[in-house]
Design a binder for this molecule. Structure first.
Ligand code: NAP
Ligand code: GLV
Length: 314
């Protein structure tokens, strides 16, 4: 059954920290006949929602939604809300994010592997010093989460000939990647990783998964690249393991509190590379094109990909 047969779908736009005008213009041109408006309390009822971290009041008022489109890959902010029952939640799938994530993670892993931080620091002190080359086979990289982004990252890393391992909930086959899954293979996976890249969704199962026990199970001198969500990491555990020398460093793009507060100890730890949640940005044109395509398919009664499994939380 088509979810909505009107030729003039009403779309409510409710996205935190997002300039609405270019989105409204883009959505109007990509969804012919659509009535698109920024949601305000007490506003007219819509058929479809385009959201990023909306308030609960939005869903309390919008009682006739036929689908909810999230303009990001992660839906953890939505999963914390009371959502209308039986309404599909559709997340962003790639839409230009996977290549950004691949370039961000590869530069980070290569920076650690080639010790570019040490090299740069020597050069700044006018010291011409060569580092002993590290052996690639002693630098296995584990990618936690083998979904849309994790698979792209794992394959990009394998092109640089790092040994690449991957971990997911269900079994996977990814060319060039040694795949692990499920609880029984967890410790084996960790013990083989020198670098751990986190690309898991934030769910009740994965919150705090990057903790003392997990990080201590990596090879000595390990590195972490967290590009998923801040709440995956127990931040003090990482600092303790850096101070003990077990962890050699980390690249962190996401934090428990964002923006990272000025008094946070991360700012003063030189073995951390910090970026402001920017590893894979939502690209407006690609995102609008993906949403418009899926909306048209739903109207025709066709199946679409990227529907969130509300039970699993991603
Ligand atoms: P996805 O396609 O849904 O992939 C999620 C992967 O995680 C799947 O392989 C899934 O396993 C695995 N997984 C889920 N729960 C697990 C568990 N408990 N144990 C082991 N594996 C588990 O998601 P995606 O599009 O790749 O995005 C991943 C995350 O990246 C998003 O949720 C978001 O938080 C983050 N992100 C961050 C940025 C940024 O700028 N920092 C940008 C975009 C996205 P199965 O395959 O078996 O289901
Ligand atoms: C960004 O963090 C996203 O989930 O798309």
């Amino acid at each position: 059954m088509p979810v909505h047969e009107s030729a003039q779908p009403r779309i409510a736009f409710c996205c935190a920290n997002t300039q609405p005008e270019p989105w409204l213009k883009g959505l109007r041109s990509a969804v012919p006949g659509a009535q698109v408006s920024v949601w305000e309390p007490g506003q007219a009822i819509a058929d479809y929602a385009v959201v990023w971290a909306p308030p609960q009041a939005f869903f309390d008022e919008q009682t006739q939604l036929k689908a909810i489109f999230n303009i990001g890959a992660g839906v953890d902010a939505l999963m914390r809300l009371r959502l209308p029952q039986g309404v599909p939640v559709v997340r962003l799938e790639d839409a230009g994010m996977a290549v950004q994530m691949a370039e961000y993670v590869c530069q980070s892993v290569i920076r650690f592997f080639r010790e570019l931080d040490v090299v740069e620091s020597s050069m700044r002190q006018a010291k011409w010093e060569l580092r002993k080359p590290r052996r690639r086979k002693e630098f296995p990289v584990g990618v936690l989460g083998l979904g849309v982004l994790g698979q792209r990252v794992a394959q990009a890393l394998s092109h640089f000939e790092f040994p690449v391992l991957g971990f997911s909930r269900s079994p996977k086959q990814v060319p060039g990647v040694q795949c692990f899954h499920g609880e029984s293979q967890w410790m084996d996976f960790l013990a083989r990783c020198r670098v751990l890249v986190n690309l898991l969704p934030l769910t009740t199962d994965t919150q705090g998964i990057l903790n003392r026990q997990t990080l201590s199970s990596l090879m000595p001198g390990a590195y972490l690249v967290n590009v998923a969500r801040g709440a995956h990491l127990v931040e003090q555990d990482l600092l303790d393991l850096i101070h003990s020398g077990h962890m050699a460093g980390a690249t962190l793009d996401v934090f428990c509190e964002e923006p990272l507060p000025p008094q946070h100890p991360f700012w003063h730890e030189p073995r951390l590379i910090l970026t402001p949640h920017t590893s894979a940005r939502t690209l407006r044109e690609d995102t609008i094109e993906q949403i418009a395509g899926k909306l048209a398919a739903l109207i025709k009664g066709e199946k679409i990909s990227g529907q969130v499994d509300l039970g699993a939380g991603y």
